[in-house]
Write a protein that binds this ligand. Structure first.
Ligand SMILES: Nc1ncnc2c1ncn2[C@@H]1O[C@H](COP(=O)(O)OP(=O)(O)O)[C@@H](O)[C@H]1O
Ligand SMILES: [Mg+2]
Length: 317
C-alpha cells in the first residue's frame, strides 16, 4: 500500500528542550493513524512539522510525496488541518465560514454538503460563539474539508468534549476514512485511539515507545488472556491444588488465572468442579490498550487524573 506520510528519524528542539527525539513511522493511504500521548509528549510539534508549519531539525519526512517545509504551498492544497484548540470569529456562522474558506482556496463548494458530512446541518446558521464544543469541532472539520483534502491532520479534536459529543465526532471521523481519506489523529483518549485507529504510536517525552495496531501492541506488552471466576478461597485452593500456576484472588471476590490455550480452560473448570466448591460467573479478560499504556508511560491518560495532577488542557504542560 502507498504511504501517505513517511517520518524517518524526525527531531525537533526548542532551545535546549528536545520536543521530538528521533521518531519514525509510516501512515498508509486510507488509514487512521493515532499519535497517542500525554500533554507535552511532542504530538503537536510532530503534526505541525508534517503540516509544513514548523521546520524540523533533522530527519526525513514526506506527506503525499512532498517535503512539507519546502513544498508547503503545493501541500496545503491537498491537506486539511484542525489545529489544537480550534477557534473562529465569534459572530460568523458555519455557512459563512465555509464560504470564506472556499474563497481562500479558490474552490466552489456546497456548504450544505460539507455540513452534512460533519453532521452539523442543524447549526448552519448559528453564530460561532453559540455553538457547543462538539459543534465547534465539527465546524473545524468542515473547514478542513473545504479543499477536499487527501490527508487530514486532527490535533486533539475531541479534547474537552462530553462523551456524547465525542462519540458524534468519532462517527464523523470514521466516515472520513470510509470516504478514502488518510487521517492523522492525535489524542490523549485511549479508547478513542483503540476504537478509531488502524495504527497507533504511543508517544512520551518526544519518543515513540511503541507502535502498531492496537491488537499488536496489546499482545506484545499485555499480560495475556486471563480467566476470571467468581469464587472465594475454596475456588482458589482447588485451582492451586490441581497444579495450575499463576492464579490470584482479586478484591472483587474473584480468582484470576492466566491461560495459554483452550485446554487450560477445560482443566481449570474440571479442577474446581471436581473439588465440589461453589463457583459463579466465568469470563475471559485481556489487557486493554489503556493497561498497556499505563505500563509503558506510567500513568493513565484519564482527563480527571490529568486534572488532579494539575496538568492543564492544551499545549503547554
Ligand atoms: N513553541 C514552543 N516553544 C518552546 N517549547 C515548546 C513549544 N511548543 C512546545 N514546546 C514544548 O515541547 C514539548 C512538546 O510539546 P507539544 O509538541 O505541544 O506536545 P503535545 O502536543 O504532545 O502536548 C513540551 O515540553 C512543550 O512544552
Ligand atoms: Mg498538543
Amino acid at each position: 500500500m502507498a504511504s501517505a506520510i513517511i517520518v524517518d528519524g524526525l527531531e525537533k528542539s526548542y532551545g535546549t528542550k528536545k520536543a521530538v527525539n528521533c521518531i519514525s513511522f509510516n501512515v498508509n493511504q486510507g488509514e487512521i493513524f493515532s499519535l497517542l500521548g500525554p500533554n507535552g509528549a511532542g504530538k503537536t510539534t510532530t503534526v505541525e512539522i508534517l503540516e509544513g508549519l514548523r521546520e524540523r531539525d533533522a530527519g526525513r519526512i514526506e506527506v503525499l510525496g512532498m517535503d512539507p517545509w519546502r513544498q508547503g504551498y503545493e501541500l496545503h492544497k491537498r491537506i486539511g488541518v484542525i489545529p489544537q484548540g480550534f477557534s473562529f470569529f465569534d459572530k460568523q456562522k458555519p455557512v459563512e465560514a465555509i464560504q470564506y474558506y472556499a474563497e481562500l482556496f479558490g474552490v466552489k463548494v456546497s456548504a450544505q454538503k460539507i455540513l452534512e458530512k460533519v453532521i452539523l446541518e442543524e447549526a448552519a446558521d448559528t453564530v460561532f460563539e453559540d455553538l457547543s464544543g462538539g459543534q465547534r469541532q465539527k465546524l473545524g472539520l468542515a473547514l478542513a474539508l473545504v479543499n477536499d483534502p487527501e490527508v487530514l491532520f486532527l490535533d486533539e479534536p475531541t479534547t474537552g468534549l462530553d462523551p456524547q459529543a465525542r462519540r458524534n465526532l468519532w462517527n464523523v471521523i470514521q466516515g472520513l476514512k470510509e470516504g478514502g481519506r488518510t487521517v492523522l489523529l492525535t489524542t490523549h483518549y485511549l479508547e478513542e485511539a483503540e476504537l478509531l485507529a488502524d495504527k497507533v504510536a504511543i508517544m512520551n517525552h518526544g519518543e515513540i515507545m511503541t507502535s502498531g495496531t492496537p491488537e499488536e501492541i496489546v499482545s506484545k506488552y499485555g499480560s495475556g488472556k486471563k480467566i476470571v471466576i467468581k469464587g472465594g478461597e475454596g475456588v482458589y485452593s482447588a485451582i492451586v491444588r490441581s497444579g495450575i500456576s499463576g492464579a490470584f484472588r482479586n478484591d472483587n471476590g474473584e480468582v484470576s488465572v492466566p491461560v495459554r490455550d483452550r485446554r487450560d480452560i477445560i482443566s481449570l473448570v474440571t479442577s474446581i468442579e471436581s473439588a465440589g466448591v461453589t463457583w459463579g460467573d466465568i469470563r475471559t479478560e485481556e489487557d486493554s490498550l489503556e493497561d498497556v499504556f499505563v505500563k509503558l508511560v506510567g500513568g493513565t491518560m484519564d482527563e480527571g487524573e490529568l486534572r488532579s495532577k494539575g496538568v492543564r488542557e492544551g499545549n503547554s504542560p
